[in-house]
Design a protein around this ligand. Structure first.
Ligand SMILES: NC(=O)c1ccc[n+]([C@@H]2O[C@H](COP(=O)([O-])OP(=O)(O)OC[C@H]3O[C@@H](n4cnc5c(N)ncnc54)[C@H](O)[C@@H]3O)[C@@H](O)[C@H]2O)c1
Length: 314
C-alpha cells in the first residue's frame, strides 16, 4: 500500500486516546470511522473531541470552521462492520491482551485484504497480539502519547513478522498528519519513550528516598536543567556536545551509584497503598485539593501548547 491509497481511517475505542486520534486524522481531511461497544462510550468520545477542539481553537491552532468540518468527517458507530473499507485500522481499546486478540480476530474477517492493522497498546507484545492472525506482516504497534491531539511523538513498533513496507507507509502517514515517528525494531516493554521516562522516574524516586533532595527540587532541577535542553537535544546529541570523554569519565563513577531497583520503590508503593495517586485522588507527591488539580492540568496544557506552536513555527 502507498500513502496515496490511504483514504479512510478506522478507529476502535472512543476513549481518551481513540477520540483524539480520530480528531487528528479528521483535521487532516481523512475520512474517519470510530467504533465503540456502546452509544454511551461514543457520546463520551464526542464530548472529548469537542473539548480537544475547543482548546485547539482557543490556542489559534485551528479555526472554528476547521473544527466543525473535522467533526463532520467522523462517523460514530457501535457496528464494528463499519471498519470494512478502512485502509488503516487503529485499535485503542482496553489494555487487555485477551480482549485485543479477540477484537483483531473479528476485524480480520471484516477488513480489506490490504488494510494495515495498528495497535495503540502501551506495552503489550505486538508479536503475541497478532499470533492468531493470517497476515502478520501488516500488523504493527502505533503508540501515540497522551494527549494525542498535542504530543507529536508516535512510536512504530515492529512485531517479529511486521513488514518493512508497513513501517514505511505508516511513517509517511505520520509525517503527513504533522506528527513525528520513531521506529522500535524490537517488540520490548516500554518501547523507547517509556523506557527513558521510567529510568528518569526510578532515579528521581531514589534521590528523594535517599534524602539527597526534595520532590520539589528534583522537579525543578529537571525542568531547568536536563529537561530544559531535551526539547532541543536528545541524550546522544547532549553527550556529543558535552564531550564523550567527559561523559565517559562521569559514567565510570556514576553508573554504579544509580538506582537499579527492580520493583516499584517503597515511597511509590506507600503512596499508592494510601490511595494518594495524584490529581485523580487530590493528593500524590503534591497536594491537589481545592481545585489545584484543575490548575495543574491547565498549566500543563497551556505550556504544552506553547511548545507545540513553537515546533510548528520552526
Ligand atoms: N491513556 C493513555 O495515556 C494512553 C497512552 C498511550 C496508549 N494508551 C493505550 O491506548 C489504549 C486505549 O487507552 P485509553 O486511555 O484511550 O482507554 P479508555 O478507557 O479511555 O478508552 C477505551 C475505550 O475502548 C472501548 N472498548 C473496550 N473494548 C472495546 C472493543 N472490544 N471494541 C471497541 N471498543 C472497545 C471502551 O468502551 C472505551 O471507550 C490502551 O491500549 C492504552 O494502553 C493509553
Amino acid at each position: 500500500m502507498n500513502l496515496e491509497d490511504i483514504k479512510k481511517i478506522g478507529i476502535a475505542g472512543a476513549g481518551t486516546m481513540g477520540s483524539g486520534i480520530a480528531l487528528i486524522f479528521a483535521l487532516k481531511r481523512y475520512e474517519v470511522v470510530i467504533t465503540d461497544i456502546s452509544r454511551k462510550y461514543l457520546e463520551s468520545g464526542k464530548k472529548n473531541i469537542s473539548i480537544y477542539n475547543s482548546s485547539l481553537i482557543e490556542e489559534n491552532i485551528i479555526t472554528e470552521s476547521e473544527a466543525k468540518d473535522a467533526v463532520k468527517r467522523i462517523f460514530f458507530t457501535t457496528d464494528k462492520k463499519a471498519l470494512y473499507d478502512a485502509d488503516v485500522i487503529i485499535e485503542a481499546i482496553i489494555e487487555k491482551m485477551s480482549i485485543k486478540k479477540i477484537f483483531w480476530k473479528e476485524v480480520e474477517e471484516i477488513a480489506k485484504e490490504s488494510a494495515i492493522f495498528a495497535t495503540n497498546t502501551s506495552g503489550l507484545s505486538i508479536t503475541e497480539m497478532c499470533r492468531e492472525l493470517k497476515k502478520k506482516d501488516r500488523f504493527i504497534g502505533m503508540h501515540w502519547w497522551n494527549p494525542p491531539h498535542i504530543v507529536p511523538l508516535i512510536e512504530l513498533i515492529k512485531g517479529v513478522e511486521t513488514a518493512d513496507e508497513t513501517v514505511q507507509v505508516l511513517a509517511k502517514l505520520i509525517e503527513k498528519i504533522g506528527k513525528q515517528s520513531v521506529v522500535v525494531f524490537k517488540d520490548v516493554n516500554g518501547f523507547i519513550g517509556n523506557r527513558i521516562q521510567f529510568a528518569v522516574f526510578r532515579e528521581a524516586l531514589k534521590i528523594v528516598e535517599d534524602g539527597i533532595a526534595t520532590v520539589e527540587d528534583v522537579d525543578k532541577a529537571m525542568k531547568f536543567g536536563p529537561g530544559f535542553r531535551y526539547p532541543v537535544l536528545g541524550p546522544f546529541e547532549t553527550a556529543d556536545l558535552g564531550g564523550l570523554d567527559t561523559f565517559y569519565y562521569i559514567a565510570s563513577y556514576l553508573f554504579k551509584e544509580l538506582s537499579s531497583a527492580k520493583e516499584p520503590t517503597s515511597m511509590l508503593q506507600e503512596l499508592v497503598n494510601n490511595k494518594n495517586i495524584g490529581v485523580k485522588s487530590g493528593k500524590g507527591f503534591y497536594d491537589y485539593s481545592d481545585s489545584k488539580d484543575e490548575s495543574a492540568m491547565k498549566h500543563r496544557d497551556k505550556n504544552l501548547f506553547k511548545m507545540l506552536k513553537h515546533i510548528h513555527s520552526v
